[in-house]
Design a protein around this ligand. Sequence first.
Ligand SMILES: CC(C)(COP(=O)(O)OP(=O)(O)OC[C@H]1O[C@@H](n2cnc3c(N)ncnc32)[C@H](O)[C@@H]1OP(=O)(O)O)[C@@H](O)C(=O)NCCC(=O)NCCSC(=O)C[C@@H](O)CCCCCCCCCCCCC(=O)O
Length: 716
Amino acid sequence: MAQFTLVSGSVGLITLQNPPVNALSAATRQGIVDMMNKALNDPEVKSVVVCGQNRIFCGGADIKEFGTKISGPPLIPTIHTIEATNKPVVAAIEGSALGGGLELALGCHYRIAHSKARLGLPEVTLGLLPAIGGSQRLPRLIGVPAAIELITTGRHITAAEALQLGLVDHVTRSSTVDEAIKFAQSVEGKSLDSRRISNYPCPHLPDLDAVFEGVMQEVRQKAHGAIAPIACVQAVRAAATLPYLEGMEIERQLMETLFTSSQARALQYTFFAQRAVSRWSMPSGARWDTSMPKPVHKAAVIGLGTMGRGITVALAQAGLSVVAVETQEKQLKEAKLVVSGILERAAQRRGMAPTLAKITYSHDIRAVADVDLVIEAVFEDEALKEKVFQQLSAVCKPGTFLCTNTSSLDVDHLASLTHNPELVVGMHFFAPAHVMKLLEVVYGSKSSPEALATVMQLGKRMGKVSVAVGNCWGFVGNRMLKPYMEQAFYLLEEGATPELVDQALVEFGFPMGVFRMSDLSGTDVYWKIRKEAEPVGASGQEARVRKGLRYSPLGDLLCEQGRFGQKTGQGWYQYDKPGSRVARPDPWVHNFLEEYRARHGLVARRIDHAEVLERCLYSLINEGFRILEEGIAAGPEDIDMIYVFGYGWPKHRGGPMFYASMVGLAKILERLEHYHRAHPDVPFMQPCSLLRKLVTCGSPPVHKWKDVIKKIHSQL
Ligand SMILES: CC(C)(COP(=O)(O)OP(=O)(O)OC[C@H]1O[C@@H](n2cnc3c(N)ncnc32)[C@H](O)[C@@H]1OP(=O)(O)O)[C@@H](O)C(=O)NCCC(=O)NCCSC(=O)C[C@@H](O)CCCCCCCCCCCCC(=O)O
């Protein structure tokens, strides 16, 4: 797992060998310990170069080992030995030096990086902190402010930035290992006293207490309840205030707490789940590894409203030629300005030329005749989308994939209007489409594996976490949101305020609660969807029962007052002016709720945060189990990634299905049964049979659920 070679007569070259990313597994750590001992004890070796096989230095600790009993040697003593030796040790960094990989490099006396290398301490994203000396060496090397920023965000930086920060000594465009070997030879026999980072004093900061107080406040605010960023600040504070070895002891203690935390488990689950969702499958048995994507060089976007503009930007940034079509002249002009502005600002940030020339604009749908793939993003109106699909089917060259950005319409129906329904796929983007990571890729009953493979690959090219799901109302994300929002309305009827419900959800870790979110996206968005789904009683009707089931008209009544949220300055909250982002509790809403309860003979009761969470989240989770049972999502990871990357579910809770497994399926079942007994007219509270089955099977861990689902499907 690590190889030793004597090169150029005096340099011991140690190569980490653990594909694909040379992670520090037990065997690799053993290899490093053994090969380093060999190099340091061999009198022929005058200097050492450490590098990684296959042009990647090291991706850090082996995350697969976490959660198991850790065996193999620790690395801290070896890093101390490296730092203390009088033979110069040079890290030759290609590809990535991340986490434990960078910490190993920080123990070396010199670091030479390839210009394309990426460096970082991303442990925080896995619920951890740099625990083999990184939290103590980095601030000593680059100063406290820069170290805090890197360690608390986990950001990967370029070699150029690393050079600027003083994290690496030299950046090369040629062979990093050759340069490192030459350099190692040039410093053989020279004093290394000034190269041992653990001996450095931490660069002085005036008013250290005030600095850390400010940083802690900021980090806490951004953490939304995650504990690792807080521990990272504490560890850096130890570096800034204590001698090295005492700081190392603080680092160890903090890591001990984080290592076994449920947040670390959730974040590590998310790391693997994010990668697992790219290995999609369809109920037909078609899979990612047996289906060939078609190349897409030129794509088109139809409709340049907010979504269409974001999609155009995302496609252009992915390097595609784009034809952007908008029939309304004014909207087209405005879209050109907005798209160019976004691309120019992004290019400026990256120090690159903008990709404006890749986009051509047209008001004529016939301009898409020669593209490989079209994404329809017109207004969410069924008749309009039907017309666009019929036109596309007539004007596009044979074989063009036709995609829809609908969030709620039936993909099969749109496909049925075209000559080739097998080429039709849903591409559900999230606003702003060039920023949000999630892409829900919806295959219809006729979509071909090739079409799905093509769209999944395009999603990857755009930097999205693309999740393939089946076609049903609301697909996965919005379908699960329905019971969640419904419960929020019921809680208002029963005595809660929008602030109380939102506060419970924010304390859970969502960036904002359901009512604040609804104000942000526009309360009228779901009102329109509700009216389309349920035209009965669309206006002025207060019925609390629809088709024999409980219904809350509160959202409809609010909209009938013209309170469409942030954009109108009034919604579930009040705002200083239309468009303002500062939401304040609104006495008008409290009064509106009291009058509503009085009209319906409802007596307000005290509702606590635990009830808000159980009712909103467990009903959403229950719908997730139904989605799994129906095969709309292939596995719990798919649902979880949709919620983490599209709906603000806190990453440190791993997604709704992972969260359910952490709470305990038996408890979720028991609470759903409890609420269903109290509200038998709310079908979303009726526990789904898959949940019952899993509890009967002894509540297996989340990665085993697929086996139970397979069994159920094979019995059908
Ligand atoms: C590296 C990447 C940037 C590569 O990206 P790319 O897009 O090219 O590829 P993929 O992301 O698709 O990855 C390919 C493949 O590899 C798998 N993989 C990637 N990284 C790891 C990894 N680190 N471990 C295991 N497997 C990995 C990935 O899953 C893919 O496989 P799949 O089958 O799923 O397709 C990118 O991959 C990336 O960003 N990786 C993660 C980098 C990272 O986060 N590194 C930090 C790891 S945590 C760490 O290093 C902690 C250390 O600070 C401390 C470790 C101490 C541990 C012991 C704890 C006990 C406490 C006692 C302390 C004593 C310490 C001592 O003395 O030793």
